[in-house]
Ligand binder design. Structure first.
Ligand code: AHR
Length: 343
């Protein structure tokens, strides 16, 4: 039993003593509840305690990511998971990490909302001897402050979207036309925003006739996506392409375009490229509202479980671990493809 679990064991024994003392003093104590509580605390004592600081619940992708991790790190699989939703605020993640340190968890799993500002709190975790596993987004910190990272190659996703647009315009004989583009960006300074903006930007730079009219932060949410798109439509009447850095913002953009009397998707005036490829994006592609969605795989749970298992048995793990990803567009058999998808 390591130090952390021993300490938790002490706290548990103390709790049990209190329960027993309580049983003697109060005739009204319900023995069944106490026994159940005792069973649960004793069970927890033998589980691997993991504190998970999640970004929030801003998108369908995030919900699928939370679900994947929660359903992998279960008591049946040997884990005691403490889940904290940061509601898209970095200071909430700082608080959660400091609480995990006080609780002496065995591992901290962190999905950093933005890349910068983590040095102090991750140094505190290191000083407490708690390994930190980063999931989804990266943190710009020295490598010794985290054990490993699992996530998507956001830059490749962005490039894939740019190359898709290149091919699409060529297929339509529009490769020399002036193409006006707007981008709905995800939370600024998040890895997903930085990578997708950079990757798409590299392809954009190869086309003098592609004009980026504006890039605006819409925080990865549907409501902000709609609000920002409404204001872009008021400002520009000649938008050809919307690059939305996630599906939920794209859904908001579709609503804004349709409410303004415009049309989008393969048969409409505005081409919509999106990222994530969640189930609702399949609906939107099948309804002819968005053209393509570039996958970002949220199913980190099984990989996380495997990594912790390896570390527990004294093994080493790769520092950087990418998820496999592809893309989907309206030329594909989406009905068939979605059957095998979990999110
Ligand atoms: O970091 C992954 C991104 O965060 C997903 O693309 C987005 O939907 C989420 O909010």
């Amino acid at each position: 039993m390591n130090h952390i679990r021993r300490m938790r064991g002490l706290a548990v024994s103390f709790g049990v003593l209190l329960l027993l003392a309580g049983c003697g003093a109060k005739k009204t104590e319900e023995p069944e509840a106490s026994a159940q509580q005792q069973f649960e605390t004793e069970m927890n004592e033998n589980l691997i305690a993991v504190g998970f600081s999640q970004v929030g619940a801003e998108s369908d992708w995030r919900a699928a990511n939370t679900e994947s991790i929660q359903s992998a790190l279960t008591p049946e699989n040997g884990f005691y998971l403490i889940y904290e939703d940061a509601q898209q605020k970095q200071e909430n993640q700082f608080k959660a990490i400091r609480n995990f340190i006080l609780q002496e968890v065995d591992y901290i799993v962190l999905s950093p909302i933005v890349e910068n500002g983590w040095d102090t709190v991750l140094q505190e975790a290191k000083d407490a001897g708690i390994p930190v596993i980063l999931v989804d987004r990266k943190a710009q910190v020295p490598e010794d402050l985290y054990t490993c990272w699992i996530g998507a190659d956001f830059e490749s996703e962005g490039r894939r979207a740019g190359e898709w647009l290149e091919q699409y315009l060529e297929d339509q004989g529009r490769e020399d036309e002036e193409i006006n583009i707007v981008t709905l960006q995800g939370t600024l300074d998040s890895s997903a925003q930085l990578g997708r903006t950079k990757g798409f930007g590299e392809v954009l730079a190869e086309h003098d006739n592609w004009k980026m009219l504006e890039m605006r932060d819409a925080d990865f949410t549907q409501a902000k996506g709609q609000e920002v798109m409404e204001s872009l439509l008021q400002k520009y009447d000649d938008i050809d392409v919307v690059v939305s850095e996630n599906d939920n913002m794209a859904f908001g953009a579709v609503d804004a375009i349709q409410e303004a009397g415009g049309s989008c998707g393969p048969d409409g005036d505005i081409t919509i490229l999106s990222f994530d490829a969640v189930s609702a994006a399949f609906d939107a592609m099948m309804a002819g509202e968005i053209n393509a969605s570039f996958e970002c795989n949220p199913l980190h749970g099984p990989k996380l479980q495997e990594i912790i298992g390896t570390l527990e048995s004294g093994g080493t793990v790769d520092k950087i671990q990418y998820m496999e990803e592809t893309y989907f567009d309206t030329d594909m058999d989406l009905e068939e493809l979605r059957k095998s998808r979990a999110y």
